[in-house]
Write a protein that binds this ligand. Structure first.
Ligand code: NAD
Length: 369
């Protein structure tokens, strides 16, 4: 068999159910290497609480440099009660923030897809969510979570004042808008840009710059502007009106969680965080499930690995240029849901309850066929 590609992938399982769900991705990568003439080079290391226990820090420099040199980082989840009382700088979550910030992962992609097999799990009526397929692009490294000045300081009358600054520059808005327009071109060709331009100058700038990039580079894509509070309502009223939503860090944090919940299941939701493309078209990237480390079910072999497997599928598509393999993997996930194979979190009457490992094996069996 001729080996045609060599791709470096860094797996960071992390804590709780992280190692269990990443193990299933590893199985799939090994299967692809063997059966699809691919040559993924896998490295695996500690992050989060597991790294703190061994090295006294949530991410070592060595792991950070490995991430810098990888084409894609696939992360499980970090955190858990064991590390809740650590000093802020040592908390497992600091590893995630460092990776996102230092790899300059400015665009967070959160698909909200309502699988037809799980339509009953949504809190909305089936006809409103069935077939839902939205992509939320959240700006991830700017805005009010990073703006200066910030802090809590005493003021004259004996009270205290909390300060955060919402700030965006033209280039920050342009680069995340380009990601959204490029995605829309491969989907249903529509972008909805959300801000609060009615009450915030930074929102007004956001609207103007998105419109300018559209007019200059993406005239063929439909663009609409929507106030973020209206978007929150429209997501509940008629979510299928959206294709790609692009918004800032704060509104994106909230709207992407709201959209995720329309789909009804945390165990199925993937995400991607992307950086800028270099002159060869390559970019830094990290893929992770939306869920956390689920300490309540860790070690029981019942975690749903699909969110992490779909995150890997996004890596195949966006970082590794393997669209066909990504589609095959998505189809295999659909097939096992059709077949009624479910982990406990999404299992209902008439389904067969299976383990984390069974899900990985069943997906590989589908790929095989
Ligand atoms: P969580 O997502 O870990 O769990 C919420 C609920 O969903 C739990 O009942 C859990 O059992 C269930 N659940 C989550 N993922 C599942 C899966 N794949 N299969 C089956 N059931 C699943 O959120 P939490 O309980 O708020 O947080 C637990 C820990 O995870 C905390 O330490 C938190 O800080 C951390 N966390 C990490 C990330 C991350 O690494 N990106 C994200 C969120 C929370």
């Amino acid at each position: 068999m001729i080996k045609v590609k060599k791709r470096k992938i860094l797996l960071l399982p992390g804590d709780g159910i992280g190692p269990e769900v990443i193990a299933e991705v590893k199985k799939i990568i090994n299967w692809l290497n063997k059966n699809r003439s691919l040559d993924f080079e896998i490295d695996e290391d500690l992050v989060g609480g597991a790294a703190y226990d061994k090295h006294g820090t949530p991410i070592t420099d060595e792991v950070f440099y490995k991430a810098l040199e990888s084409e894609a980082v696939i992360l499980g989840a970090v955190g858990g009660p064991k590390w809740d009382n650590l000093d802020f700088s040592k908390k497992p979550e600091r590893a995630l923030l460092k990776l996102r910030k230092e790899l300059k992962l400015f665009a967070n992609l959160r698909p909200a897809i309502c699988f037809k097999q799980l339509v009953e799990a949504s809190s909305l009526k089936p006809e409103i969510v069935s077939g839902l397929d939205i992509m939320i692009v959240r700006e991830l490294t700017g805005g009010i979570y990073f703006g200066e000045p910030r802090g809590i300081k005493p003021i004259d009358n004996g009270e205290r004042k909390g300060i955060n600054t919402h700030t965006y520059t033209t280039s920050e808005i342009e680069r995340v808008s380009r990601v959204a327009f490029d995605l829309a071109k491969k989907r249903n060709n529509k972008v909805t840009s959300c801000e609060k331009s009615n009450v915030m100058e930074a929102g007004q700038l956001w609207r103007e710059e998105v419109q300018a990039i559209h007019d200059k580079e993406f005239k063929e894509v439909e663009l609409e502007h929507m106030l973020a509070d209206n978007c929150a309502m429209q997501l509940l009223r008629n979510p299928k009106q959206f294709d790609v939503i692009v918004t800032d860090n704060l509104f994106g944090d909230i709207l992407s969680d709201e959209a995720a919940m329309l789909t009804g299941s945390l165990g199925l939701l993937p995400s991607a965080s992307l950086g800028a493309k270099d002159k060869n078209g390559n970019m830094r990237s990290m893929y992770e499930p939306v869920h956390g480390s689920a300490p309540d079910i860790a070690g029981k072999g019942i975690a749903n690995p699909i969110a992490t497997i779909l995150s890997f599928s996004m890596a195949l598509k966006y970082s590794l240029n393997l669209d066909k393999e990504s589609k095959e993997l998505d189809a295999a996930v659909q097939k096992i849901l059709d077949d009624g194979l479910r982990t406990k979190d999404i299992c209902s009457k008439g389904n067969k309850e299976v383990s984390t490992k069974d899900v990985g094996d069943a997906i590989i069996a589908c790929l095989q066929n």
